[in-house]
Design a binder for this molecule. Structure first.
Ligand SMILES: [Zn+2]
Length: 197
């Protein structure tokens, strides 16, 4: 059955069920409903037992071939029954699929973040355009995690410049080579002189 296979390919191990697929010329809309256990209140961490309501979210997902994939997801809002908890209701987040306020799936975000880490903003934006991923430079750079204060200073530091056009430098990434983590992203401080000839 096509729907079941689509579900296994797109959402392995995620607590959702694909209810329908609509295919248009440029996009595939996947109707998905949450089926997992009730979530925990973000304030008191108590697991909910009563559904307040449900509503729809729209998430961008990784493309399939040349087509954009949009997930129309029905999620639940729960009551928090914690006596001393100030929160009355909360919307569920689905592990492996949604994050609060984010309009792309966790998997798509992971792709975009990898692109940002490998290429930086501008080259990343160009690659995204080629791959039909909707993400501009600002969004890509926003996915790079702010460097945390590390337990130790990096011993081996890799320096990589975002050089998008011959002879110009727009920014610099500092990478802790041993942990493969981005230590800092610096804006361009200078432009290289054009090479002679
Ligand atoms: Zn609560």
């Amino acid at each position: 059955m096509v729907i079941k296979e689509f579900e296994e390919v797109l959402f392995p191990g995620v607590g959702v069920q694909v209810c329908g697929i609509r295919s248009a010329r440029d996009e595939i809309v996947v109707e998905v409903a949450s089926t997992g256990r009730p979530g925990r209140c973000p304030d008191c961490r108590r697991r909910a037992s009563r559904v307040h309501s449900s509503y729809q979210r729209r998430l961008a997902e990784r493309p399939v071939g040349p087509r954009q994939v949009v997930v129309r997801l029905t999620v639940r809002r729960f009551f928090c029954d914690g006596k001393s908890c100030p929160r009355k209701t909360f919307a569920e987040q689905i592990d492996g699929l949604t994050e609060r306020y984010r309009r792309s799936s966790v998997a798509l975000k992971s792709w975009l973040k990898t692109i940002a880490e490998q290429l930086g903003g501008r080259a990343g934006e160009r690659l995204c355009r080629q791959l039909r991923l909707t993400a501009g430079r600002t969004r890509l750079l926003g996915l790079l995690e702010a460097p945390t204060v590390q337990d130790r200073a990096p011993r081996v530091l890799g320096v990589d410049e975002f050089a998008f056009r011959r002879g110009r430098t727009y920014g610099t990434i500092l990478v802790d080579v041993e942990t493969a983590r981005v230590v800092d992203v610096l804006p361009n401080a200078h432009r290289r002189p054009s090479p002679p000839g």
